[in-house]
Write a protein that binds this ligand. Structure first.
Ligand SMILES: [Zn+2]
Length: 225
C-alpha cells in the first residue's frame, strides 16, 4: 500500500469531488510552518495544539458537514488552505477503519488479516508514518478508539476522517493509495470480523420475531444466533 495514485492537489477541488459523491465534508484547521520550520496548527493554540490539522474550523464541526457545493466554495474562499474532513456514518454512507502506525495498528492489522482473512479491495487513503484509512460501506460501526485492536479505531456515526490531500503535522499529505482512490474503487462491505468488533448494535431478533419463531418449529441451525 505504498504507491500513491494521482491525487487532487488542492483541498477545495477534493472537497467538491467528495461532496459530488454524496460524502459530507467540512473544513479543518491545517498545519502551517512556524518560524522554526516546524509545522504547527493554524488555530490560536498554535504549537500547543494537540489536535493539529485535525479539528474543525466551523462552529459545529462535523454537524456542519455538507454536500452543498456553494457552501464548500464559501468555506474555502475564507480558508483556502483548510484541511478537508469527511463525515463518516449514515450521512455519507461510509464507515472508516483508522489504522494508526504510531500505536502499532499496522502490525496488528497484518496479524488479524492472517488470522481472519484479508480485507477486500476498497477505498484506502494513506495517512502518516505508514498508517492508513480503510473506507467501507456504512454498516453502523461505532466511532471508538481501539474498537478493533490497539491502534485500530473505527469511525461511524458522529465521526469524521481527515481526507486527501490534507496536510498532516508530520509534513506528509494524506493521499489515496494506488487503485484505491474513490474514482477507482468503491467502498466495500467490511468483513464480518471487522463488523462484529465495531458494530454499535449487533442484530438481535425483535420480540415480534421471537414470538413468531416460537409458534413455528425451526431447525436448530436456523435459530442459533
Ligand atoms: Zn489546532
Amino acid at each position: 500500500m505504498k504507491a500513491v495514485t494521482t491525487n487532487p492537489t488542492h483541498t477545495l477541488e477534493a472537497a467538491l469531488e467528495y461532496a459530488g459523491r454524496g460524502w459530507h465534508v467540512f473544513p479543518c484547521f491545517e498545519p502551517t510552518p512556524a518560524p522554526s520550520g516546524a509545522l504547527i496548527c493554524t488555530c490560536p493554540k498554535g504549537a500547543s495544539c494537540t489536535q493539529a490539522g485535525k479539528h474543525p474550523r466551523t462552529p459545529n464541526g462535523v454537524k456542519d458537514a455538507t454536500t452543498d457545493a456553494a457552501q464548500v466554495r464559501a468555506w474555502w474562499q475564507r480558508w483556502p488552505n483548510a484541511n478537508v474532513a469527511i463525515a463518516t456514518g449514515d450521512r455519507s454512507g461510509i464507515d472508516v477503519v483508522d489504522v494508526d502506525a504510531k500505536s502499532h495498528g499496522v502490525e496488528a492489522l497484518a496479524k488479524l488479516e492472517k488470522e481472519r482473512g484479508d480485507l477486500p479491495p476498497t477505498v484506502v487513503a494513506q495517512t502518516s508514518g505508514g498508517g492508513f484509512h480503510v473506507y467501507f460501506r456504512h454498516t453502523g460501526m461505532v466511532s471508538k478508539a481501539a474498537s478493533i485492536a490497539p491502534g485500530i479505531d473505527t469511525r461511524g456515526n458522529g465521526g469524521y476522517v481527515i481526507a486527501p490531500p490534507s496536510l498532516h503535522r508530520s509534513g506528509e499529505h494524506y493521499a489515496w493509495v494506488e487503485r484505491s482512490s474513490p474514482s477507482e474503487a468503491s467502498p466495500a462491505e467490511a468483513p464480518a470480523w471487522i463488523r462484529d468488533a465495531a458494530q454499535a448494535k449487533r442484530p438481535r431478533p425483535t420480540p415480534i420475531e421471537v414470538m413468531a419463531a416460537e409458534k413455528t418449529w425451526q431447525p436448530p441451525a436456523v435459530v442459533s444466533l
